[in-house]
Design a protein around this ligand. Structure first.
Ligand code: SAT
Ligand code: MN
Length: 604
């Protein structure tokens, strides 16, 4: 097979010359093709069938133990000018980068099949969607791409019509960490990835295309490609407000996107609709609002911690047609991970007999599930709406033990961009490296922005222009702890209480108090009915520690300084304004139990 697009056929031929595969297979995305690939992977041992009674059509893949997370130190953005990649990216000169990685690709597919995977990021008929073609020698990657993107014949038809596409070349190579690179060439709309078969390193539609390349394209074309979930919150009156929320990897985006309302909210008629759990592309519409699509078609979620109690929706979508990576298995061959239930698994994520006394987790902390979004009970057809959904609020969240309150509303767009730009979070198992270290992660895009953060912030600021009705921006932190390490806020479904306040603020219907760091709810502005929360914990969650924040403002100044001379002056002024407001306040400013409601204009 080939396409009707010479540019595509030429590229496939070129890659085949370089990599010398035994066979070339153009993926059509059909069920028959998926069945055949699964059969081959079961034969080769790449996939293991799970219990067909409890988990029909579910499979397990075990990664190489040295290949279980994204590798940021081996990920490069290769712009012609070094400065354009920014201090936020590793950089190599493009010609040198091509030479270095092409040397690895030479002959690497000997004995293997080269799969041509045409895919569309976003609803197939959406003007906001963008297409790509991934060439890979991994059937496991093909199987993932089929769940995660609109893959196959319809995507190829769109590519042939449009005549352009993002090129992604991938080989698992030898899975040798010493021979591994993830390289991006934004000016050539090209990705090359060698030596890893894992998630964001190998499913090139995801972080490589939909964030690193797309963020660069979005800047040229006037839109935003963000590391955000999209969730619709339906109130008892039936109005649905869509929220886009950025959190670093493995900070609960999937749980928030599929939130189960607390019992009292369910009874009152609240509903939650999942549009996306990881990536959001947003563009101003004719009405001046931001409209968003989820470019993905599935979820590649963190398994550990997913349970009946924390995310019933996720669990319900994992008992059929799901692909698991690096989870443990029970004696009767069901998938298992820490936090699921109190069964003891038989085999750990590497297939070794599991000994609980070893004290090590049975599932890898970054073990994952891949499922089509159609499996999700809270899935909404709006995820297929070519126009996208209108965004009422943007939320920035991090994982922070101290300082950051439960929720803060930005005073305006510029303040909101500063909040996003100065986000910080403790590192997680989603990337290799030390876990639990606080690092700045602007807009949760630190590993994913395909160009200089200074230019990126200027691009964000540019959306604030006459005639627009931008979403309100908020900062949240579900992860505050006391000195003993205990979480102060119950999180999960209870986060709806915070989202309710956020939506009410967007509608001009809830109270807030002005503080130096933004607007916070007082205790009675939040619906805490039926929640057993310690009064002191609530105080701590809603207090502004002015001394701590003064230090934070200084830290933010140093952080921004690292991106000079490209930091937009408006952002520096905003930081000054924050520092001055903090200079005027002392001690810890606690939340009041009573307030005068302030009203705000409604964006939606
Ligand atoms: O490995 S992925 O990048 O796909 C998942 C994540 O880190 O969010
Ligand atoms: Mn992510």
């Amino acid at each position: 097979m080939s396409s009707s697009l010479p540019a595509l056929d030429q590229w496939v031929a070129e890659v085949a010359r370089l990599t010398s595969p035994d066979r070339i297979h153009w993926c059509d995305g059909s069920d028959a093709e998926a069945r055949e690939l699964t059969r081959q992977m079961l034969d080769s041992g790449e996939l293991i069938a799970l219990n067909p009674d409890s988990h029909p059509d579910c499979h397990l893949h075990r990664s190489d133990p040295d290949d279980v997370a994204r590798v940021e130190h081996l990920t490069f953005v290769c712009t012609p000018q070094r400065e354009d990649a920014g201090p936020n990216n590793h950089w190599l000169e493009p010609a040198q980068a091509h030479a270095r990685i092409d040397a690895l690709f030479a002959g690497c597919m000997r004995g293997r099949t080269l799969y041509v995977v045409p895919y569309c990021m976003g609803p197939i008929d959406s003007p906001l969607a963008r297409c790509g073609v991934e060439i890979t020698d991994s059937a496991y990657v093909v199987a993932n791409m089929r769940k995660m993107t609109r893959m196959g014949a319809p995507a190829l038809a769109r590519i042939e019509r449009e005549g352009h596409f993002v090129k992604g070349l991938h080989s698992t190579g030898e899975l040798d960490p010493e021979r591994r690179y993830i390289m991006h060439f934004p000016h050539e709309l090209t990705i090359k990835s060698y030596g890893s078969g894992y998630g964001g390193n190998a499913l090139l539609g995801k972080k490589c295309h939909a964030l690193r390349i797309a963020s660069w394209q979005a800047r040229q074309e006037g839109w935003l490609a963000e590391h955000m979930l999209i969730v619709g919150i339906q109130n008892p009156q039936g109005d649905i407000h869509y929220i886009a929320a950025a959190f670093p990897s493995a900070c609960g985006k999937t749980n928030l996107a599929m939130l189960i309302p607390p019992e009292s909210y369910r009874q009152a008629g609240w509903k939650v609709w999942t549009v996306g759990d990881d990536i959001c592309w947003m563009q101003p519409g004719a009405d001046g609002r931001l409209w968003a699509i989820n470019p993905e078609a599935g979820f590649f979620g963190v398994a550990p911690g997913t349970s009946q109690g924390t995310n019933r929706n996720a669990l319900a979508m994992l008992d059929r047609d799901a692909l698991f990576t690096n989870v443990a298995v029970t004696g009767d061959n069901q998938p298992w991970w820490e936090g699921l239930d109190d069964r003891v698994p038989a085999l750990d994520w590497q297939g070794r007999p599991y000994d609980r006394a070893s004290g090590t987790p049975a599932a890898h902390p970054n073990s994952r599930f891949t499922v089509s979004m159609h499996n999700c009970p809270s899935y909404t057809d709006e995820a297929e709406n070519p126009a996208g959904v209108p965004i009422s609020a943007i939320v920035f969240g991090g994982r922070r033990r101290h300082l950051a309150p439960l929720v803060v509303e930005a005073c305006d767009w510029t303040h909101g961009v500063l909040i996003g730009a100065s986000m910080a979070s403790e590192t997680t198992a989603a990337a290799t490296g030390k876990v639990g270290v606080v690092r700045r992660d602007p807009m949760a895009m630190k590993p994913f922005c395909g160009y200089h953060f200074g230019d990126y912030w200027a691009h964000w600021l540019s959306f604030d222009r006459p005639g627009v009705t931008l979403p309100k921006i908020f900062q949240v932190n579900w992860f505050r702890r006391d000195d003993d390490g205990r979480f102060l806020w119950p999180g999960f479904g209870e986060n709806l209480r915070v989202l309710e306040w956020i939506i009410a603020r967007c509608r001009g219907q809830a109270g807030a108090r002005d503080t130096a760091i933004g607007r916070l709810p007082d205790q009675d502005d939040l619906n805490l009915d039926g929640l057993d929360l310690d009064a002191a914990d609530l105080q701590a969650l809603l207090a502004v520690d002015a001394d701590g924040w003064r230090e934070e403002a200084e830290a933010i100044a140093r952080h921004l300084d690292g991106f000079q001379p490209r930091v937009p002056p408006a952002l520096l002024h905003e930081r000054e304004r924050l520092a001055q407001a903090l200079a005027a306040s002392t001690g810890t400013v606690a939340a009041e139990p009573t307030t005068t409601p302030t009203t705000a204009p409604s964006p939606a």
